[in-house]
Design a protein around this ligand. Structure first.
Ligand SMILES: Nc1ncnc2c1ncn2[C@@H]1O[C@H](COP(=O)(O)OP(=O)(O)OP(=O)(O)O)[C@@H](O)[C@H]1O
Ligand SMILES: [Mg+2]
Length: 395
């Protein structure tokens, strides 16, 4: 049986004047407003989300509630934009679980799709994995399109230290910094981990145990399969009109490697930020000269599932400051962020308070409901608890 549906729509994230001007062009359709309670609710307006401009969005809900699924719906909708919109978008999906490759496959739940007047259809996504981990993905039988690496010289001393969990107070931290300095002196920005290992081993000032420890740490980092002299160019990650899944799920189970995941997200975030800032300036110069504001670099939409891992509330994380920067000033240079978490209470409070687009599935844990209650806009008349109780149980 098909759902009863109205043809009216509401566009979120778009001003009234822009709705007037662009109608529903450049929007993602992600659901229907529920008009009544019960098993077979009456559904109202189509809910559309503006994707032509940068936004900040938070998706919450308890485990298994449908957060990743909701992200996928938005991603699918982005993939189906008309060419003139799609070319201006670049979607990056940070996949910590290894699920988003399945966008490539048409949904098998045809009965549910039929109720929505939809047909199963594959979505074109590009799955990128850390180069040294290709074997892991092959064994799991996941469809991988290409591999990526990070240029070793992208990491400065403090970043290596945080990766190795040492500080300036430790002799190891001091040696990391000295090894880096000596390598940079002789090789500029074109060096690999082997050079760092040699520099640590050949250091004359450090005690042998310290230089062995640091060389060992670098050798260990080499095993993560992510660092290379050259590194993947940022333009390769953010190609216009493409949806790129960065799969970092290989670092999920491997203890001592979680930091790698944070480094990938942090460095990508930083590079995108710098690149967009540069382009922004170029665009402004063009505008001053009376030229069009066209930019080659698309708006970047980064989807971060399990966002509490990268933006924790009371912990250090390599990616945290970069992502907070995206949240604070990213929209102006064209950076969009969609965060999902089942633990809003574990998420950095700025990530909650600054996200003005909020999508929530059912939540039952009081601390998590409490954390998002901060968002309560003035037009809502009752407590968040009550809304959660009234939400349909069906997905
Ligand atoms: N909108 C939906 N329509 C139909 N089925 C859905 C929908 N959302 C979720 N589901 C079903 O529920 C399952 C769990 O959803 P999903 O993996 O998105 O949850 P999650 O909130 O990301 O969970 P977790 O906290 O474990 O990451 C999906 O595999 C799918 O079968
Ligand atoms: Mg999920």
């Amino acid at each position: 049986m098909k759902y009863e549906m109205s043809d009216e729509e509401a566009v979120l994230g778009r001003s009234a004047s822009d709705i007037e001007r662009y109608k529903d062009k450049g929007t993602a359709y992600f659901g229907k407003a529920v008009m009544s309670a019960g098993e077979k609710p009456v559904l109202g307006r189509r809910i559309l989300l503006d994707v032509a401009k940068p936004h900040l969005m938070l998706i919450c809900g308890k485990r298994g509630g449908g957060k990743s699924f909701s992200m996928s719906v938005l991603i699918e909708e982005m993939a189906r934009q008309p060419p003139e919109i799609k070319q201006r978008l670049s979607v990056i999906v940070i996949d910590t679980v290894g699920i988003f490759w399945s966008l490539k496959e048409p949904d098998r739940n045809t009965a549910e799709l039929d109720r929505w007047n939809l047909a199963p259809e594959p979505t074109q996504v590009r799955v990128m994995v850390p180069k040294g981990m290709l074997e892991f993905y092959r064994k799991k039988g996941l469809p991988v399109d290409s591999a990526f690496t990070i240029r070793v010289s992208e990491l400065d001393a403090t970043e290596w230290m945080s990766l190795f969990k040492v500080s300036w107070k430790d002799p190891e931290g001091v040696l990391v910094s000295r090894a880096l300095e000596s390598v940079r002196e002789t090789m500029g920005t074109f060096y690999g981990i082997d050079e760092l290992i040699s520099a640590a081993k050949n250091d004359t000032e450090a005690e042998k145990s310290v230089s062995d420890a640091v060389a060992g740490r670098f050798a260990n980092a080499k095993q993560w399969g992510i660092f290379e002299k050259e590194g993947t160019k940022i333009r390769e990650f953010a190609a216009p009109g493409t949806i790129t899944v960065i799969d970092v799920s290989t670092y999920r189970q491997s203890s001592g490697m979680e930091g790698t995941r944070d480094i990938i997200v942090g460095l990508l975030g930083k590079k995108f930020f710098d690149e967009r800032m540069m382009y922004r300036k170029e665009e402004e110069m063009r505008a001053l000269k009376g030229l069009s504001r066209e930019s080659e670099l698309p708006i970047i939409w980064m989807f971060i599932d399990e966002a509490h891992m990268f933006m924790p509330k009371d912990e250090e994380n390599f990616a945290l400051n970069v992502l907070l920067e995206w949240i604070r000033v990213g929209r102006q240079p064209g950076l969009s962020l969609v965060l999902a978490t089942q633990r809003p209470n574990k998420l950095h409070p700025d990530a909650i308070s600054q996200c003005y687009l909020f999508m929530s599935h059912r939540m039952t844990a009081q601390p998590d409901i409490g954390a998002v209650s901060e968002l309560r806009p003035s037009y809502l008349h009752q407590d968040f608890d009550k809304y959660y109780q009234e939400m349909p149980r069906e997905k």
